[in-house]
Ligand binder design. Structure first.
Ligand code: THU
Length: 135
């Protein structure tokens, strides 16, 4: 399924709006995410840093964990907004891949401009996933 433009824009707007709540006093790199589930709900997320640096978490994973903790496991797309439109980090790609390689990843900057779009499977080739453990 390809995303329609209204959905794309809505996800980017939600991620941009959420980004204001990022807690990023150490890096100064605020990120907002918005995850669309197959049930039609949108879960947002922001990065939450910590004085003990490794304990911080990315916006994408917050959005995924919020969704999964409410019973959602099928994802259509996630929009990620940052100052330069950076792609999700490796850990976030791995976490997203657990729930499907077809999920669209839309990256946008803080002007709301969509810079790129790709599927999780394109961002994480040859993944280690549920099949390795459950088959
Ligand atoms: N960050 C995210 O929230 N998502 C990413 O995919 C890349 C990095 C956050 C983590 C950290 O709080 C800050 O951006 C700088 O790395």
């Amino acid at each position: 399924m390809r995303l329609d433009d209204t959905t794309r824009q809505q996800l980017v707007a939600t991620a941009l709006e959420a980004r204001q709540w990022a807690y990023a006093p150490y890096s100064g790199y605020a990120v907002g995410a918005a995850l669309l589930t197959a049930s039609g709900k949108i879960y947002d997320g922001v990065n939450v840093e910590n004085a003990a640096y490794p304990d911080g978490i990315c916006a994408e994973r917050v959005a995924v964990f919020k969704a999964v903790s409410e019973g959602e496991r099928e994802f259509i797309a996630i929009a990620v907004v940052s100052q330069d439109g950076g792609f999700p980090c490796g850990s976030c790609r791995q976490v997203l891949s657990e729930f499907g390689l077809d999920t669209w990843v839309i990256v946008a900057n803080t002007h709301g401009e969509i810079l790129q779009e790709a599927r999780v499977g394109d961002l994480l080739p040859r993944p280690f996933g549920p099949k390795n453990l459950l088959d």
